[in-house]
Design a protein around this ligand. Structure first.
Ligand code: GDD
Ligand code: MN
Length: 401
């Protein structure tokens, strides 16, 4: 029920307040308190993983350089183990310019950048690291270039063009980076001097066009963008001197090098054939060779009975296939500890059924076609399709969060 007596609004406002509280005034006051969603001109996406000492520093540095320009930062944090998330949340309470995307159960610099960029509503998006290695003072210039030149899609902060420098980066890392840059330039068919830079700004409309083609693998988001745009991206570069990391640790590891290889494979062969399936088939082929070698070794060389030799060889080949698939094919869903044991059992079960399907299909085809190699091939195709599908469902399930 509605209260019969109107609340004494005048009294509530205190003695000094003489404004008459009409319903029109009341509406006005409510409206002025309402937050009108604001669309900034530039979103700066900063991926973070264990960067507790850097988040407020990078925010300060960006604030100083961007001053009154219209910008926001979107941090994308992959459940850092230190207090990075809390530090960002604190910052977001102080400033409306700070947003946070939290990803749980997932890791990856490129995919974090993609999610951050796509969460933007701004017409321009930049990507830079949290560790202050990139020169944030270039940001206003990058924005200005994109605003002035409507044909320009992307401005890259380069470590390798004229007047640029890798700063104090260790010489072995510079050497590796230069080699990888040559490879990237070859495959991306661009003359960009630093296609592996982690510091750039682009037009959102361009990102939207290429987003469905992005692979999101590993560390090299710019290379992913350049290769996904298939040479149709107008770029310019600005030189900068890369600073050394003062706080926290680099996440560079051997896995990043493997990711780099996978990204190139996905962007070249992957357009025609899924890389994961290709690797699964390659592992399968290695398994067949290993199996044949072991049967030869046990049966021919060591006089073990044929059935025993085949059984032992099958077991070893299947186990080796499991390990290779776990390390390479499904590296991003790699099983460890007890899950590895469970995965091993489900893999062996799936493949045993696959082997039965192989034999049945081959037998049936031979009866009907009478061509032994075609029958064997059909059996192998059916068997491996089963193995691939079932092991994807049972053993290396994609992690859903
Ligand atoms: N969300 C998220 N998830 N962020 C990550 C992850 C991850 O799995 N791994 C690293 N980061 C964040 C780090 O917190 C940091 O802000 C940034 O990504 C770069 O990580 P570093 O570990 O410092 O990389 P780097 O310095 O070796 O290499 C960077 O700079 C190179 C030169 O520009 C990367 O950006 C390279 O791609 C780039 O080539
Ligand atoms: Mn770094």
């Amino acid at each position: 029920m509605f209260p019969t007596k109107k609340p004494d609004l005048q009294a509530d406002l205190g003695k000094k307040e003489h404004r008459i509280y009409t319903s029109r005034n009341l509406r006005k006051t409510q409206k002025s308190k309402q937050k009108i969603p604001h669309m900034p001109k530039l979103s700066i996406v900063i991926p973070t993983f264990n960067e507790q000492d850097n988040v407020s520093k990078i925010y300060q540095a960006v604030s100083v350089t961007m001053k009154h320009l219209d910008w926001e930062i979107i941090f994308v944090d992959d459940a850092s183990k230190d207090s990075t998330t809390d530090k960002i949340l604190e910052l977001s309470k102080e400033s409306e310019r700070v947003r946070l995307i939290r990803r749980i159960g997932r890791r990856g610099l490129s995919s974090a950048c993609i999610e951050g960029m796509l969460a933007s509503t701004a017409p321009y998006v930049a990507v830079m690291d949290a560790d202050l290695q990139h020169d944030e003072s270039l940001l206003p210039r990058m924005l200005d270039m994109l605003e002035q030149d409507k044909d320009l899609d992307l401005v890259i902060g380069s470590r390798y063009c004229q007047n640029a420098s890798t700063g104090t980066l260790a010489s072995h890392r510079v050497r590796i980076s230069r080699w990888a840059t040559l490879v990237s330039r070859f495959f991306s068919k661009t003359d960009v001097s630093d296609p592996m830079s982690g510091f750039f700004m682009l037009r959102f409309s361009m990102l939207e066009k290429i987003a469905p083609r992005l692979s999101g693998i590993g560390f090299k988001i710019l290379l992913d963008i350049l290769m996904s745009s298939r040479g149709r991206c107008v770029t310019e570069e600005l030189p900068y001197e890369m600073r050394s990391r003062q706080l926290g640790e680099s996440k560079l590891s051997i896995k990043i090098a493997y990711d780099y290889f996978l990204l190139i494979a996905d962007k070249t062969i992957g357009i025609y054939f899924p890389i994961r399936l290709l690797m699964f088939l390659m592992v399968g082929a290695i398994g067949v060779l290993l199996h044949l070698f072991l049967v030869w070794l046990l049966h021919i060389q060591s006089q073990v009975g044929f059935i025993e030799a085949t059984t032992i060889s099958t077991g070893i080949a299947m186990s080796s296939n499991f390990l290779l698939n776990n390390w390479f094919t499904h590296y991003d869903r790699r099983l460890k500890g007890f899950s590895m044991l469970k995965g091993y059992v489900s893999f062996i079960l799936a493949c045993s059924v696959g082997a039965t399907i192989n034999v049945l299909v081959a037998d049936l085809s031979f009866e009907n076609l009478g061509i032994w190699w075609m029958a064997a091939l059909l059996g192998a195709v059916f068997g491996s399709t089963w193995n691939y599908t079932m092991s994807n469902i049972l053993t290396w399930r994609p992690r859903e969060v």
